[in-house]
Write a protein that binds this ligand. Structure first.
Ligand code: F0G
Length: 330
């Protein structure tokens, strides 16, 4: 990530950089997954980051900024991956970390990771959305928020686009699983900035893929609504079980700017795509497979032509949420 220091946080002194060498993840090609999706597909595996998800790209920047500001305590709400990442980077920086999670709804492996890194876990009755609201009380008491409402998280998460462009100079479509919409916003910001400077050969269409049972952004998009309506989120993909995404305005701007779209896929489609990615020897957590399921759906519906260059981002490691697909919906 810090290879792109001058594009994400030029003012940060190197001595204050809290890093675990995140980024530089693998771009895979798999005949099996391409055949499944119905198009030649590149898979950018951000589950290869130090704590096993893309969150580390943003966390390294946000925690570095917290250190620069002299903060002693951090806080976030999470479906699990932000928690594990925040806990790790806060521990590296010597800060106390508190995470708010929806009670009983976070995978055991993400919870184990978070506790092992020494974070304090507060279980909240309700969803991620309730946990986020509660976490903001601690922000008022002087803790530094590590959710993607923090703009430094977004800055770090821009780097996945730079890596994709280093690997393939022109890309037609980038698909990403969408929950709280921080990642969609970050990739969109990176595209808009490079395009403003005239550095893009073409603007890739950004595709945000939501799980059918947690798809308020999809609903807003297809209904051309002025604002988002909260839903009670239900999906096997625990990482994106979010009913009131905070970054919807930035994400909508990103989708509009790139002439992209929002897709929704069922839990069955997510698990079928995951099975294929797993059997291909690559593997990912359920939420991540939404990006591939979304592309397959668009190909089937004739929204992508066979010669387009498509990248699906895999956001989390296989071991992150291993029990959901075998029926234990933690
Ligand atoms: N994929 C995975 C594996 C995630 O953990 C998340 C979000 C997303 C996709 C969606 O990204 O929220 O930027 O649209 N996980 C958050 C968390 C909410 O708490 O770990 P988004």
């Amino acid at each position: 990530v810090w290879k792109y220091r001058y594009l994400i946080h030029p003012a940060l002194p190197e001595s204050l950089t809290v890093s675990r060498n995140e980024g530089a993840t693998t771009m895979y090609r798999s005949d099996r997954v391409s055949q499944y999706a119905g198009i030649s597909l590149h898979l950018k595996h951000d589950g290869e980051n130090p704590t096993g998800s893309f969150k580390d790209r943003g966390m390294t920047v946000a925690v570095s900024e917290a250190l620069r500001l002299g903060m002693k305590r951090t806080v976030c709400a999470s479906t699990g991956n932000t928690a594990a990442s925040a806990a790790s980077y806060s521990a590296v920086a010597g800060m106390e970390c508190t995470v708010y999670v929806p009670a009983g709804k976070v995978s055991q492996s993400k919870m184990a990771q978070t506790l092992a890194y020494g974070a304090r876990v507060v279980e909240v009755d309700g969803t991620f959305d309730n946990a986020l609201e509660e976490s903001l009380d601690l922000v008022e008491d002087g803790s530094y928020t590590l959710n993607s409402i923090n703009p430094w998280r977004v800055e770090g998460q821009k780097t996945v686009l730079y890596e994709i462009l280093e690997c393939m100079s022109d890309v037609d479509i980038i698909s990403v699983p969408a929950g709280n919409l921080g990642n969609t916003s970050a990739i969109g910001k990176a595209i808009m900035e490079l395009d403003t400077l005239g550095l893009l050969k073409k603007v890739p269409r950004l595709v945000a893929v939501q799980a059918e049972g947690a798809a308020p952004f999809y609903r807003m998009w297809v209904e051309h609504s002025e604002s988002i309506s909260r839903v009670e989120p239900v999906t096997v993909a625990s990482a994106i079980r979010i009913g009131n995404p905070v970054s919807w305005k930035k994400a909508r701007r990103a989708i509009e700017y790139t002439s992209g779209t929002v897709v929704s896929v069922s839990d069955e489609e997510i698990l079928e795509a995951k099975r294929c990615i797993d059997r291909a020897g690559i593997g990912c957590e359920p939420a991540s497979a939404a990006s591939v399921a979304g592309i397959r759906k668009m190909v089937q519906e004739g929204e992508i032509s066979r010669d387009e260059r498509v990248v699906a981002i895999l956001t989390g490691n296989l071991l992150k949420d291993p029990m959901s697909p075998v029926g234990n919906k933690v």
